[in-house]
Write a protein that binds this ligand. Structure first.
Ligand code: NAP
Ligand code: ZN
Length: 346
């Protein structure tokens, strides 16, 4: 065992503060990583505040992790000491359920192990990337493209793949009109990725404040959802809408923006249930769908795609001591566009 320094939420009500705990010694197939950077995902806040229920405390959040391999277990073949390595939202799965056998670990039903706020198969609570080190089975460690700066690439491990996966699954590309709802951490990755895939990209943001940024990222069009005229102007326009918002909103209004056979994919996760009417779906054969992160294979594919197209996140680097302030700013939609913790500050 080795002692890890970290920041943790001790209860759902407490601010995040300094903490320490034991990481396991690397087993045969484990990679031990010194963490350099960790992105701050909105999910960190939802879970640390127990907004989805069932949170495990104390909680060390963080699932957008980039670092350098410090040591490897005897049987590790894919990584060596000194390699740059990434860890995303999962650190293990059951390996035997129908989804795992198809390479869809993100939908594992037999015992998925999230990077934090979960339990290893032996019951040990998992602790995430707001810490100085992590030990992970090599199958759940990603290779980071050498040409991408490691701090700005860290959020690709959750925000990047969470948009890449539905864009690929619903075939965003030339001739497709893709709308990204909410230009935050996830949304801005959606704009960059969909643009690189060749789709026509529209941002639906609550105001026009981020319009210049959106265009710089590759958006062809930018509309404010505070302007009701947006919903009449764009009725029946989109092939695919990806909704990253977790605040209260009327999904029915957005469903009306889809063409016949269009799909709105939810990736944002509101705390409350949202009522959906049959009408906007039935009379245009539209679909409402959801999507969770991506598989390990897809995550690697997304990283390689970003390496090839030189895509990284727009980040604000922060010392870990400012974590509570960062969270408040995320809640106010006041981040351009992802906070990343510089772990040297720990
Ligand atoms: P974020 O950076 O906070 O972005 C959310 C965006 O929602 C904001 O930037 C804002 O964009 C928009 N928004 C609309 N109404 C808002 C309001 N009233 N208050 C604040 N923002 C509002 O969050 P994120 O990290 O991208 O995560 C978004 C959601 O996805 C969260 O619920 C998170 O838990 C979830 N998530 C899901 C997955 C998955 O696998 N499905 C993975 C990671 C995260 P505008 O200013 O442009 O309107
Ligand atoms: Zn996340």
């Amino acid at each position: 065992m080795s002692r890890a320094k970290a920041y943790a939420a001790i209860t759902a009500k407490a601010p995040v503060g300094p903490f320490s705990f034991e990481r396991r010694e690397p087993r045969d197939h484990d990679v031990a990583i010194d963490i350099q950077y960790c992105g701050i995902c909105h999910s960190d806040i939802h879970q640390a505040r127990d907004e989805w229920g069932g949170s495990i405390f104390p909680m060390v959040p963080g699932h957008e992790i980039v670092g350098v391999v410090r040591s490897v277990g005897a049987k590790v073949s894919r990584f060596k000491v000194g390699d740059r390595a990434g860890v995303g939202v999962l650190v293990d799965s059951c390996h035997t359920c129908a989804q795992c056998r198809q390479g869809l670990e993100q939908y594992c039903t037999g015992g998925q192990v999230p990077t934090y706020n979960g339990r290893e198969h032996d019951g040990t609570p998992t602790m995430g990337g707001y810490s100085d080190k992590i030990v992970v089975h090599e199958d759940f460690v990603l290779r980071m493209p050498a040409n991408l700066p490691p701090d700005a690439a860290a959020p690709l491990l959750c925000a990047g793949v969470t948009l890449y996966s539905p864009l690929m699954h619903w075939k965003a590309g030339p001739g497709k009109r893709v709308g990204i709802v909410g230009l935050g951490g996830l949304g801005h990755m959606g704009v960059k990725l969909a643009h690189a895939m060749g789709a026509e990209v529209t941002v639906l943001s609550h105001s026009l404040a981020k319009a210049d940024d959106g265009r710089r990222m590759g958006a062809d069009h930018f509309h404010a959802t505070s302007d009701e005229a947006t919903f009449t102007r764009l009725e029946g326009y989109f092939d695919l809408l990806i909704n990253t918002v977790s605040a209260d909103m009327d999904w029915n209004k957005y469903l009306n923006l889809l063409k016949v056979d269009g799909t709105m994919v939810l990736v944002g996760i509101p705390e409350k249930q949202v009522p959906v009417g049959a009408l906007p779906l039935v009379f245009r054969r539209r679909s409402l769908a959801g999507s969770a992160i991506g598989s390990l294979k897809e995550t690697q594919e997304m990283l390689d795609f970003c390496g090839k197209h030189n895509i990284v996140c727009d980040i604000e680097l922060t010392p870990i001591q400012k974590i509570n302030e960062c969270w408040e700013r995320i809640l106010k939609s006041d981040v351009r566009y992802r906070f990343v913790i510089d772990m040297a500050s720990l």
